[in-house]
Structure formats: structure tokens, C-alpha cells
Design a protein around this ligand. Structure first.
Ligand code: DX5
Ligand code: ZN
Length: 224
């Protein structure tokens, strides 16, 4: 089943509850929450206090994408603030196995993320530990960038490995997912589809989410 994950990075933060409700009404089923530290990526965003506030206004699972150094230090505070899923970057975790265990220990679904220049096969030893793998289809740090086409090969490879290894992790894609690319990522095998600017940039979150999800479902039905 394909799911749309509205990324609130592009939402109007002064009206976050309304933005999330609109995206949910349009068919979004998981809220994607981007955490940046100004070190791992050249931008700063939000943390546990905003997460705790958001937790009160939606029942949807919240997917925390940790674009930070030393994510282990924040696992507990995000779990307490109400995170459901947590993904950490392969590039930021020298002890990835331990980090994934820690996330699960705190009751969240663990996931690993790879940047555009990181090979999927580096993840093989960790695949049995994850709820999903997140393929970055832009360089992390900002919304509204263009989709990197090579990401499609990485999604296909993850689908192939899942089959070969007999696993059942899900495949998430983040960056440049919009009307012109959503069908391609679904066809390649992604089923968790993050979209930021394509949902929130113009104040029509409900309608945008609805249209994106429809396009994704059409592509899924066609490639079944
Ligand atoms: C970027 C973030 C994304 C961002 C995607 O580093 O991880 O989640 O919101 O934005 P769009 O969908 O506009 O590319
Ligand atoms: Zn993200």
C-alpha cells in the first residue's frame, strides 16, 4: 500500500495544526518531521517542543527524520515528545547497529537514511533491523529541490534486496517528490512517499495531498 507522508518543513509554522489537519484530510497518513542541526546539514529546524505540541493535534504516526550529528543523544527526548518512527543517517552513525537498537528500545520504529551519494549495498548488514529505509532523492537540508533521477536505481535495488533476503522493510523516498516524479518512484518500488513543497507551498495542502496520493495510487495499480 502506498502512503503519502506530508513533510511539514514547507508548512506555515504559525498555523501548523491547521496545515497538518488539511494534509490529513487530503489523505496523508504519516507526518514527516525534519530535524536539522546546522552541522550535519546546513540548516536548522525544529525539535522536541514542537513535536510535543504537534503530538497533541494529530493521531497520525510522526516520522522523525534526524538530519543531525550524534542522534543517539536525542533518541530519548524525541520518544518522550511523541515520535513514532525515527530515521537516522548512515553517514552520521558510526555505530548504526547500536543506534537502531536504541531507537527500538525507546518504542519507536527504527529506520536508516542514505544520502544521494551513498550506496544501498552498504546497508545490507542492517536491513534486518529496520522498519523502513529512506532514500534521499535530494541532498538533505532544504525543501523544494529537484529530484535526482539516480535515486530510482537505489529504490529498485532495495526492492530486489528485500526479495533476496526475505525481509519486509518498507521503502521511503524523500526529496523532489511531486506530480512529475511520484509515479516514477512508486513504479520503482517506493511505498512511503514524502512530499513537502508539493503539499504545502501554496496554501492548498488538502487538495495537493489528494492529487499526489491519487497519482501514486494510479501508478501502484498500473505497476502491480
Ligand atoms: C529535506 C527534507 C525533506 C523536505 C523535502 O532535507 O528531508 O523532507 O521537506 O522537501 P520537498 O518535498 O520539497 O523536496
Ligand atoms: Zn525529510
Amino acid at each position: 500500500m502506498v502512503e503519502l507522508l506530508p513533510s511539514i518543513l514547507s508548512a506555515d509554522f504559525a498555523h501548523l495544526a491547521d496545515e497538518v489537519k488539511a494534509a490529513e484530510a487530503g489523505g496523508g497518513t504519516v507526518i514527516h518531521f525534519d530535524v536539522m542541526d546546522g552541522h550535519f546539514v546546513p540548516n536548522l529546524t525544529i525539535g522536541p517542543p514542537v513535536l510535543a505540541s504537534l503530538r497533541k493535534v494529530t493521531k497520525l504516526p510522526i516520522d522523525c527524520h534526524m538530519m543531525i550529528e550524534n542522534p543517539d543523544e536525542f533518541v530519548e527526548s524525541f520518544a518522550e515528545a511523541g515520535a513514532d518512527w525515527m530515521s537516522v543517517h548512515y553517514e552520521a552513525c558510526p555505530h548504526l547497529h547500536r543506534t537502531l537498537q536504541l531507537i527500538r528500545h525507546h518504542g519507536m520504529e527504527p529506520a536508516v537514511v542514505i544520502n544521494p551519494a551513498t550506496a544501498v549495498d552498504l546497508l545490507i548488514p542492517a536491513l534486518e533491523m529496520v522498519h523502513h529505509v529512506l532514500v534521499m532523492s535530494v541532498n538533505p537540508g532544504f525543501g523544494g529541490q529537484s529530484f535526482i533521477p539516480y535515486s530510482l536505481n537505489k529504490i529498485r535495488r532495495l526492492r530486489e534486496l528485500r526479495e533476496e533476503l526475505g525481509l519486509n522493510y518498507r521503502i521511503e523516498v524523500d526529496g523532489g517528490v511531486a506530480h512529475d516524479t511520484i509515479g516514477l518512484v512508486v513504479e520503482a518500488g517506493a511505498d512511503l512517499l514524502v512530499a513537502g513543497s508539493a503539499v504545502f507551498s501554496d496554501g492548498r495542502a488538502e487538495q495537493n495531498a489528494h492529487e499526489l496520493l491519487q497519482a501514486a495510487q494510479l501508478a501502484a495499480a498500473e505497476s502491480a
